[in-house]
Design a binder for this molecule. Structure first.
Ligand code: FHN
Length: 442
């Protein structure tokens, strides 16, 4: 079921596919974005290396062209991660890529290059700054120190929304160990909306005082969260629809960490694409991450994977961009996933039937047209008592990744009564006749 989305945010549900870029001086260490805290590195030594960081090979226009060719429709860059180093021309600190060796406003280069390629702009910003003791002391133990941290964060967010033109999406992260009252999240959101009325703000705005911190690795929004301050849900490392609102699953293209890891293993292209088709088939977005190296280069394994996915999206993008869930029409499918746009349904086939037949169990409405998109081959639909079968498929899969079959219906397609409640809902008795058709006893 499509959710009601304000016109100003239609770009987000149309986009479906964003590039998450975790990049900063931590890339020099080659062990992820959190190496400072995870390995409790010497703060002064880390800061000295961060100030010396100079990504000489960074070319934002090259990144933007790569992102566009890969089929991304928006991109989110870490402006400051938990290590506190700022990638923009901030007046709040000299711990920045402008004031230190790089001497560059990396956020400005990113924003201008990606906007020039027609991609929407997202900025990631961590509430955390692991250099600041008051973050760990909090307002009770250090009221003045905490007020300075809170004001520092508010000032930085307002800088980012003032000096870089239209920002389409703001991606907060890292509220722990403080809560939404201590951060004055509501006050900051009010300032943000005054600066950028159309901006989309995520749900990582801190929990209500006393509530358990949301574990984004596993949480999926079930009710009205205190994070309702935000505009979209952010399931992390998993795909789970946020009921009744926009949502975006953020996922790594490697094993688990988000920043550059030297020698890390990469997830295969079909797994990365399956994440995208899974999210789109549930009516959500995928924010797929890459951690560029310290010099500012996209890792070759990611470039290679995204070339294949970009080619697939060129041929089959209408099954993803702006796609909505196919609902229970194909909940019983075993061969892949399905998405929908109006009366057109897209079958995204993960494994290809060797006999040239594709079973559409539970479908009642015959499609007016069935087309194998990669080769524009028309298929034949044959109806029976429990569904439909498509025949005329080529013996081998016509696509290096997932072939897509487009079904066009003259009206909204229906499924058979037994399938209306969905596979695992409704009265179990509805399966009795089918169960009795077997031996009927143990
Ligand atoms: O701690 C961060 C982590 O480094 C990374 O930025 C992810 C991206 O969603 N967010 C936090 C972990 O949930």
């Amino acid at each position: 079921m499509e959710i009601a989305i304000p016109q100003k945010w239609h770009w987000f549900s149309e986009a479906r596919f964003g590039l998450f870029i975790h990049w900063g001086p931590y890339a020099q260490h080659g062990r992820g974005e959190q190496v400072l805290m995870r390995e409790m590195l010497d703060q002064r030594e880390y800061a000295a290396a961060a100030c010396a960081w100079n990504p000489r090979k960074f070319d934002a226009r090259e990144w933007a062209r790569f992102a566009k060719a890969s089929g991304f429709r928006y991109a989110v860059l870490t402006t400051r991660h938990h290590d506190g180093f700022c990638l923009w021309d901030t007046k709040t600190t000299n711990y920045s890529s402008v004031a230190q060796s790089a001497g560059r406003d990396l956020v400005r280069e990113f924003v201008e290059a990606f906007r020039a390629e027609g991609l929407r702009i997202g900025l990631y910003y961590s509430w955390n700054d692991f250099r600041l003791p008051a973050l760990f002391e909090g307002p009770e133990k250090n009221p003045s120190g905490w007020a300075a941290v809170r004001d520092y964060v508010h000032a930085q967010v307002c800088e980012l929304l003032t000096h870089y033109g239209r920002i389409d999406q703001f991606w907060f992260d890292g509220t722990w160990p403080r809560n939404r009252v201590e951060w004055d999240s509501a006050g900051l959101v009010k300032k943000m909306r005054a600066l950028q009325p159309d901006i989309l703000i995520n749900n990582r705005l801190g929990e209500a005082p006393g509530s358990k911190a949301v574990d984004y690795m596993n949480a999926s929004e079930t009710g009205v969260h205190e994070t309702a301050l935000g505009d979209f849900g952010t399931p992390e490392h998993h795909i789970a629809a946020s009921p009744g609102r926009l949502w975006e699953s953020c996922q790594t293209s490697t094993w688990r960490l988000w920043g550059y890891c030297e020698g890390e293993r990469w997830r295969p292209a079909d797994l990365l694409l399956d994440m995208l088709t899974d999210a789109a088939s549930q009516g959500g977005n995928l924010l797929l991450n890459v951690g560029p190296n310290a010099d500012g280069e996209m890792p070759a394994p990611f470039v290679e994977r995204m070339a294949a996915i970009g080619r697939w999206l060129e041929r089959n993008g209408e099954a993803i961009y702006g796609a909505q869930p196919a609902g229970n029409l194909f909940e019983s499918v075993t061969w892949g996933r399905a998405s929908r746009r109006g009366n057109t349904v897209y079958l995204i086939v993960r494994f290809w039937p060797p006999d040239g037949k594709l079973r559409l169990a539970g479908l009642e409405t015959i499609p007016a047209k069935a087309l194998l998109m990669a080769e524009s081959v028309s298929l034949i639909s044959t109806k029976d008592a429990t569904g439909m079968t498509l025949t005329g498929l080529p013996a081998s899969a016509p696509d290096e990744l997932f072939p897509v079959i487009q079904l066009e219906f003259e009206s909204s397609p229906r499924c058979l009564p037994n399938y209306v409640p969905g596979l695992w809902n409704g009265e179990p008795e509805r399966f009795l006749p089918w169960a009795k058709s077997c031996c009927g006893n143990v």
